[in-house]
Design a protein around this ligand. Structure first.
Ligand code: MSP
Length: 475
């Protein structure tokens, strides 16, 4: 049995600074990584994220700022790293597609696909959306625009390009999907992809003659590799040049939102088949969220940065609010109005208050016997539903499960009224409350790591001291 776990997020375009949409996927990857680090040990898990830095979109954004694309990418890429730090997201490697290692290996893979006869030269004529970095079929254009980028006119292209035999390869992709050689989740996305492949797939252009900001096509240096093709290859190139990661190939889980699922379930798999590489195990595409019921967009001025949330709610507060907002996988809404109420109810009053109450009572109890904290795996065995929720990426349910424990323990404290007890009766009552708190602290590890650490340090004994509140109330 494979004893390692490799998880990836999309690599984000550097034409934009990080927002809560990017944070959402990356946070999910962090939770899964932390979970598997506990279960399989740290070295057996590889979490890759990074930035997508080539293409016309990035080149145009750089020009708007009076910078060269590389200068601009060098400025924006660290912003992503900062955001992940603020959210306590611990990736193992941050790949940038302008890294020369990536460039060389991407070229090598494409050359292999070419040598195997899956690429041919042709003439491309049609429309391109620079915002999506995608060729548009006539049916994609509505009222002359790409619906995802209504403020940017599609560009008409007529140029010599190299094409990938996607029509032929997509048949193999479909077979592999139907044979369950790799999984697409949720089911709705699986159905959508299978239907679309069956409707017919055309070959796609995988090079650009008119875009110089990219990786040269190895056999024809006048062209650059279509940005999506080399971006997808990042998941493979990183395993080949980062120390000791070769054995991690193929990915166990690739996360993204549904906007880019076609690239990941069809184009990406076709490239891998053509290059004779193993396919990822699972592609999971979560939904899109709105903010207070509205699409998040620059023109509406409702784009939220991770920093804004962390400044108000702290790293773990933000992690809790994002992960508990709705089921991972579905579309949902982030209601900023509800964030404050949920923070106060669940974190300040719920968990924070329970921990503070028990700690205060324990700090004045004599002859307390604080048990050693059992390992995470022990708690995992005792809580099979919690384990299932995490392994099925049902983060809101994993949190609700822990909060069920918080509630039960709160009720137990109220019923036992330790503050009215004295002597051995008090000691016994308190001894019975410590282990459940340790359990809550331990189960929180992958989800709210800092809070978990604070609880476990406070309740590891031999004595327990009251500490400042975990989550100060926000008024
Ligand atoms: N660079 C490509 C990906 C290449 S991967 C080989 C790209 N970048 S992106 O910056 O546009 O990021 C898209 C991703 O951001 C989505 O797939 C998703 O992970 C995240 N999200 C952006 N907005 C979001 C929401 N409103 N809701 C949920 N996720 C969001 O595409």
């Amino acid at each position: 049995m494979k004893k390692t776990f490799y998880v990836t997020t999309p690599i984000y375009y550097v034409n934009d600074v990080p927002h809560v949409g990017h944070a959402y996927t990356t946070l999910a990857a962090d939770v899964i990584t932390r979970y598997y680090r506990l279960v399989l040990r740290k070295d057996n898990v590889f979490f890759l994220t990074g930035t997508d830095e080539h293409g016309a979109n990035v080149a145009q954004a750089a020009a708007k700022h009076g910078k060269s694309p590389k200068e601009y990418a060098d400025e924006v890429a660290p912003r992503f790293k900062e955001a992940w730090k603020l959210l306590n997201i611990q990736y193992d490697y941050f790949i940038r597609t302008t890294d020369s290692h990536h460039e060389k290996i991407a070229q090598k893979v494409l050359q292999r696909v070419y040598d195997k006869g899956f690429i041919y030269s042709g003439q491309y004529e049609g429309w391109y959306c620079v915002g999506c970095e995608r060729f548009l079929a006539p049916s994609d254009i509505i009222d002359g625009k790409c619906p995802l980028h209504p403020t940017r006119d599609p560009v008409h292209q007529k140029e010599k390009n190299y094409f990938l035999k996607l029509k032929e390869l997509s048949k193999l992709v479909l077979k592999k999907i139907e044979n369950k050689e790799y999984a697409i989740f949720p089911q709705e996305r699986y159905n959508e992809i299978v239907t679309r492949i069956k409707q017919g797939v055309e070959d796609i252009s995988i090079s650009r003659a008119g875009v110089s900001w990219g990786i040269p096509v190895p056999w024809d240096k006048k062209q650059t590799i279509y940005v999506w093709v080399e971006a997808l290859l990042n998941y493979y190139t990183a395993t080949q040049f980062v120390d000791n990661k070769k054995n991690f190939w193929p990915p166990d889980l690739q996360l993204m939102a549904k906007d880019i699922i076609w690239f990941h379930t069809v184009i990406w798999q076709a490239l891998l088949i053509a290059a004779d590489l193993d396919l990822p195990k699972t592609i999971f595409a979560h939904g899109f969220f709105t903010i207070d019921g509205q699409k998040m967009s620059k023109s509406l001025g409702n784009v939220i940065s991770p920093k804004q949330l962390v400044d108000t709610y702290g790293a773990d507060g933000t992690r809790y609010l994002l992960l508990s907002a709705y089921q991972f996988g579905n579309d949902g809404d982030l209601s900023l109005r509800k964030f404050r109420d949920n923070y106060n109810a669940d974190l300040a009053n719920g968990l924070g208050n329970l921990v503070a109450r028990v700690a205060k009572l324990a700090s004045t109890t004599k002859n307390l016997t604080v048990p050693a904290i059992p390992p995470y795996n022990t708690f995992l065995k005792l809580n099979p539903n919690y384990r299932k929720y995490l392994e099925e990426y049902r983060f809101n349910e994993a949190l609700a499960y822990i909060w069920g424990r918080v509630k039960t323990l709160d009720i137990a404290v109220n019923a036992q009224k330790p503050w009215e007890k004295r002597g051995s009766e008090l000691t016994n009552a308190m001894n019975g409350l410590i282990m459940p708190i340790q359990e809550i602290g331990s189960l929180l590890q992958p989800l709210l790591p800092e809070t978990s650490k604070q609880i476990l340090v406070q309740f590891k004994g031999p004595t327990i001291k009251a500490q400042p509140p975990l989550f100060p109330r926000i008024v």
